[in-house]
Every structure is written in C-alpha cells, then in structure tokens.
Design a protein around this ligand. Structure first.
Ligand code: AMP
Length: 457
C-alpha cells in the first residue's frame, strides 16, 4: 500500500471556525489518544451486538485466520504486531467482511482497535485492478485523517497495488483529472469538493464508505451536512460504516441518517471509579504554601510519579520552576503546545522518564489513561489538585475530578489524591465532590510527617 500522488501534507484552515473550541477539544483528545496508544486497551465490558436480521447467525472470530483475509493483508496484520483480534474486531470484522456487505454503526473509542477493523474492511473490498476510488473514509480533522491514512499504509504494506489518496485541504487538484487511487481518506469539505466541484471521484463507484469519529464530526459546524451530502451521492449497495466514541441523541440521529439498516455494536468505555483512591485535602493560604505542602509530602513518602493539575499556565510554569529548583525532573504540559509535542511529553511520562507532570486544566482525559499505565506497584503514584477542577463558569466539575484521579476497576491499584484547598469557596467545592462521589476526603496536616507517612500505607 502506498500513498498516491494526491497525498498532500500542508495544514490549512479553511474549516468553519464556529464551535472551534469544542472541535479542538474533542478532536485533539482523540488525536492524543491515537498518538499515545500503541496497543489495544484492555476493556472488561461486554460487547453488545444488535443484528439487523436477528435470525442470521452471529459470527465472531478469535483469530485473524478465521477471517480468510487475503494473505497480503494477514501479513500486514502480523507485521503490525497484532496477534489476535481485539474485542470489537472479533464481532465487527465478520460483519464488515460479510457478503453481501453489511452496514454497521459501532460505538467504540480510540484504543479498541476500531481503526484497524475498518481499514481491513476497506482493504479487503478493494479490487486493485480497477484504477479508481472504491473506498472512501472521512475523518473530522486533517490530523485524524493522516493518522488513519498511516494505518491504511501500514496494514497494506504487502499489498502495493492498492493506493491511497489523501483528500485534505491544501492540495490543489485540477478539475476533471480522475484520480486512480482505490482508497481515499479525507475531511468532509475536501471530499465533497473532490466529488462535486472537481469531479475527481465518481461517488457512484464507491463500495465502502466509512465515517469515523462521528461524535467529533458533528461537533464541527458544517461537517454533519457535508457528510450527509456525500453519503447521498453513494450508490445503494455501498457498505456504510460509522464509528463514534459516544452515542448521545444527536450522534445517534446523525448515525441513523448516514447508515441505513445498520447492525449495531457497542463497546462501552471502562468506567472509572474512586473506590481504590485515598483522597485527602490540605488547607493552604497561598501558592507558596501549597508548594511547601507539596515539598513536605515529597519529603515524607516515596512518590513514584505525580501528576499535578493547576488552574492557569502561569501557576503551572511557576510550580515547574520551583520543583525543578528542588531537583525534581519535571515535565510541563499545556494547551499552547502542538499536539505532537503534548503526545511526546505524555509518552515520556508514561515511560517513567519524568517523574512529575504538571499540567493545566486542558485536555484531562488522556491523563487518566496515562496514570493507569505508569503506576509503579511498589511505590505510590499521586495526583495533586494544586487547584481544584472547575468548569468554565467556576463551578464544581465532577467529571473532570473523576477523570483526573479515578481508575478503572481493572487497573485499580492503590492511588492517592491530594487536593489543595485555599479558600472558603474551594472548601465548598471540595465538599461538593465529597458529597457527589459519596467518598470521604480526609484532612491531611502536611506539617506532621508521621501523618503523611501513614497515607502511603
Ligand atoms: P484504535 O482503537 O483504532 O485507536 O487502536 C488502538 C491501538 O490498538 C492502535 O495502536 C492499534 O495499532 C492497536 N491495535 C489494533 N488492533 C489490535 C490488535 N488486534 N492487537 C493489538 N493491537 C491492536
């Protein structure tokens, strides 16, 4: 598999700017997850399968051989280091590879192996002797499209006759030149242009249509309509596959418009809980006071790794400076860094190269996964809320609190969370968290070394 001539890698931003924040959040989180993960994440939840025709037998596979993939593709799968299908692949692949083609709506997050699943479906359905686009995949952003493109290139490494084109912004194509690549991956606006304005793709010849990250897609204004317009141009027998991490009503309505007569597969996210977390709070008067409390904690217990959340970049920078002066190896993560830089920082932390990660409120979700990975069994890993999490209106944000300190049951080794409380208001907020999760948050006197030592046991 090779990227064809239509491949373009310039970033350009003529997307719609409204809802930009929301888009950045979801799309960036999704991208960070992809950049950081190198394997499927264990998930103990059951896969739920709803078949369009409940009378047809339900197939699932435990090995890739059972799927009777083309040998070139099987080789690609093994070359990628996949030994057996992930949970979602066990169920989704037989459906996606079935004849006649079956439509699918799948709820699955990044980390479940869904990309490899739909990439295998596309590569399996391509006829390499035909030199026109047969599979079309749309992603919400340029970067996400490139990531999926990479998977197509890797998986199809031993299938060089199949070529890939990137329909992303910035690549000026001449009108009317038919492209020969059999698979096209891109963002909705450009794909639509390639189909209608430039007539590079004949949508009537598409056999497999994939819409990835539907929840991120509809968070970006314009993408929903563009996706539906693309879908309407596709022929009746075209296989439609739609993936989304979440399934709120808006996503569901959109999915039903894009995918007629779907089979439905759901693999829920692992729930995080606070059951195995010991939670404390420390009373402080100022940021210097908080820093001293932190030093006292470090002085009393052996901390394998710590993640420290600050409300502003300024505090985060200041704290990083102070901790470095104390001889800590500190990594700083903040919103103004490029996504790749952020991914690199998280990866270094996950690999234990840095012991302290200081970060601002932004993009909390990947951290909880980072935290799960980096626990050292012998030592304690700590999450410090240097500032308590708040939503954008300054109110308690239960979800963020849970994501910062929670663990999934499966990774439920002991954890320690320390909240720095610096005002009457933050005390009230702390109490709200205590009530909401119905878990005691005990006071910790950081001047009492014996007391701190106890919390580590
Ligand atoms: P995704 O859910 O598509 O974001 O995939 C998450 C990660 O899991 C990617 O790094 C994939 O390379 C990896 N992966 C996908 N399928 C498998 C598999 N069957 N075995 C091991 N790793 C996999």
């Amino acid at each position: 598999m090779e990227a064809g001539d239509a491949n373009s890698r310039q970033i350009d931003d003529d997307g719609d700017k409204s809802d930009e924040e929301e888009k950045e959040d979801r799309a960036t989180q999704s991208l960070l997850n992809k950049l950081i993960r190198s394997n499927v994440v264990n998930n103990t939840n059951q896969v739920e399968v709803l078949q369009r025709d409940p009378n047809s037998p339900l197939y699932s596979v435990k090995t890739f051989e059972e799927l009777r993939l083309k040998p070139q593709l099987l080789k690609g799968v093994y070359e990628m280091g996949f030994n057996r299908p992930s949970k979602i692949q066990e169920n989704a692949l037989p459906m996606m590879l079935a004849e006649p083609p079956q439509n699918l709506i799948a709820q699955s997050q990044s980390g479940t192996g869904k990309t490899a699943a739909f990439v295998l479906a596309m590569l399996s359905h391509v006829d390499p002797s035909l030199k026109w686009p047969q599979c079309l995949c749309i992603s919400p952003t340029y970067e996400l499209a490139l990531q999926t493109g990479k998977v197509i290139e890797q998986m199809g490494k031993f299938y060089p006759e199949v070529k890939l084109a990137y329909a992303v912004r910035g690549h000026k194509m001449e009108r009317g030149i038919k492209i020969k690549e059999q698979i096209v991956i891109g963002t909705p606006g450009t794909v639509l242009d390639w189909c209608i304005k430039l007539k590079l793709i004949d949508p009537k010849k598409i056999k497999v249509f994939v819409l990835d990250e539907a929840d991120v897609m509809i968070a970006t204004q314009g993408h929903q309509d563009q996706s539906i317009r693309i879908q309407r141009m596709l022929p009746k027998g075209c296989q439609m596959l739609l993936f989304s991490a979440t399934f709120e009503d808006s996503v569901w309505k959109f999915a039903e418009r894009v995918v007629p007569d779907p089979n439905i597969i759901k693999l829920k996210r692992e729930e995080e809980t606070l059951d195995t977390i010991k939670q404390y709070y420390v009373l402080c008067n100022s940021k210097e006071d908080k820093f001293n409390a932190l030093c006292n904690i470090y002085g009393a217990i052996t901390i394998a790794q710590a993640m420290i959340f600050c409300h502003t970049r300024k505090t985060a920078n200041w704290l990083a400076g102070q901790l470095s002066k104390e001889g800590h190896q500190v990594a700083l993560l903040s919103g103004e860094m490029a996504v790749e830089q952020r991914a690199a920082v998280i990866e270094r932390f996950r690999d234990g190269k840095e012991k302290v990660l200081i970060t601002t409120n932004v993009l909390f979700i990947p951290f909880s996964s980072v935290c799960k990975f980096c626990i050292d069994v012998e030592q304690v890993s700590v999450v410090i809320n240097f500032d308590l999490p708040l939503d954008k209106d300054g109110n308690p944000d239960n979800e963020t609190y849970l994501h910062r300190i929670g663990r999934t049951g499966r990774f439920g080794k002991r954890g320690l969370a320390v909240n720095m409380v610096d005002s009457q208001r933050s005390m009230e907020i702390l109490k709200t968290y205590e009530r909401h999760f119905n878990k005691k948050i005990a006071r910790l006197d950081t001047h009492d070394l014996d007391e701190i030592e106890k919390i580590a046991n």
